[in-house]
Design a protein around this ligand. Structure first.
Ligand code: MG
Length: 350
């Protein structure tokens, strides 16, 4: 088992390894004094791991209740959030108790936001079960729900007290969902580590997955420690996301998975910036080959007008400027501020 410590205002550990679900009760009891918790999970994950987690918690003396939400992005809604609040209240979850997010990014974001707001804040533990959640969404304390206007537009920062990433759970992921997580993995290579990028270029070697997850999480940890509240450096984690979120919105949330939308967003922004001479020649092609080798798409047929109108609602926009992330070469990223006119011109190049 690897342990990576995140030293944000409230520090916590990320544990990565095989067979961790079986001992999650013991691992959780090391970080909390409470004996009562509520597990939030979705239907699929519950059928695979709900019992195992509950057993382990019971063995360690926890009194755990469980709520199962529907699968998919639609659960990151205010309606679902209200259901959770009511469930917690009916089950007498108090301020000193805690929540457990057992599942992928949707469950993690929803549970995190619920933990941040229920009774003005209770602790929560992340047990991510998808590759995407293990390398990205479970770390760093960003929690959110979606509203009509866009994804993750309502949320707050709330760090978990522990993250348990059991790599055995990845074996039950379909090829497609595994590939989706690789979108974020490749992002880490692009923004910070040319050597990681190289490793991924030949397609994914599942036997090295623990090392790869640890490398991604360490990059995220470093970035988040420097900029917990996303006012500077942390924005580089958004590489590919400005377009990615627009593509998700264009296709309809839940129609295209997040990692795949990010994959397209990374390639399209790199292609446009390379055409402007801001990116080392050949970088877009390298990225394209890497995405293809990992069963990821790289291009969307979205028009530049739609891309523009759907992406200027992004959180990285101020009144008349937008900040985008560009990788000049693999492993090197920069935050670039553009006027909306410059941004529009850039999009025309795709
Ligand atoms: Mg993301």
């Amino acid at each position: 088992m690897r342990k990576i410590c995140v030293k944000t205002a409230s520090a916590y550990d990320i544990l990565i390894g095989k067979g961790l679900l079986d001992k999650c009760g013991e691992l959780v009891s090391n970080v909390t004094g409470s004996k009562k918790c509520a597990i939030v999970t979705d239907k699929t994950v519950d059928s695979l791991y709900g019992e195992k987690v509950l057993d382990s918690l019971n063995k360690s003396g926890f009194n755990a209740v469980k709520i199962v939400v529907p699968c998919g992005e639609k659960s990151k809604s205010h309606q679902q959030l209200i259901c959770l609040y009511n469930f917690l209240s009916e089950n007498d979850i108090t301020r000193s108790d805690f929540l457990i997010a057992l599942g992928g990014g949707v469950v993690g974001d929803l549970t995190g936001y619920c933990a941040a707001t229920y009774l003005r804040g209770v602790d929560y533990v992340q047990i991510p079960t998808t590759l995407l959640a293990q390398v990205d969404s479970s770390v760093g304390g960003k929690t959110a729900i979606n509203i009509e206007a866009g994804k993750n537009l309502v949320g707050c920062f709330k760090q978990p007290i522990l993250v348990i990433a059991d790599t055995d759970t990845l074996s039950t992921l379909s090829h497609d969902i595994f590939a989706d997580g690789m979108g974020e993995v490749i992002k880490y290579g692009m923004i910070r580590s040319a050597s990681l990028f190289e490793k991924l270029s030949g397609g994914i070697a599942k036997e090295n997955i623990e090392d790869i997850i640890a490398e991604c999480v360490s990059i995220k940890r470093d970035v988040v420690q420097n900029d917990e509240f996303d006012t500077g450096e942390r924005m580089i984690l958004n590489f590919g996301h400005t377009f990615g979120h627009a593509i998700e919105k264009y296709m309809g949330y839940g129609t295209i998975p997040h990692g795949k939308a990010v994959a397209m967003g990374m390639y399209m922004i790199t292609l446009a910036a390379e055409k402007q001479g801001k990116v080392q020649k050949g970088t877009a092609e390298k990225l394209k080959l890497c995405l293809e080798a990992n069963s990821l798409p790289f291009f969307s047929d979205i028009s530049s007008d739609s891309l523009y109108s759907l992406s200027i609602g992004d959180k990285k926009r101020t009144t008349d400027k937008i900040r985008i992330i560009i990788c000049h070469q693999t492993g090197k990223s920069e935050i670039v501020t553009l006027s909306l006119k410059e941004y529009k011109d850039l999009l025309e190049l795709i």
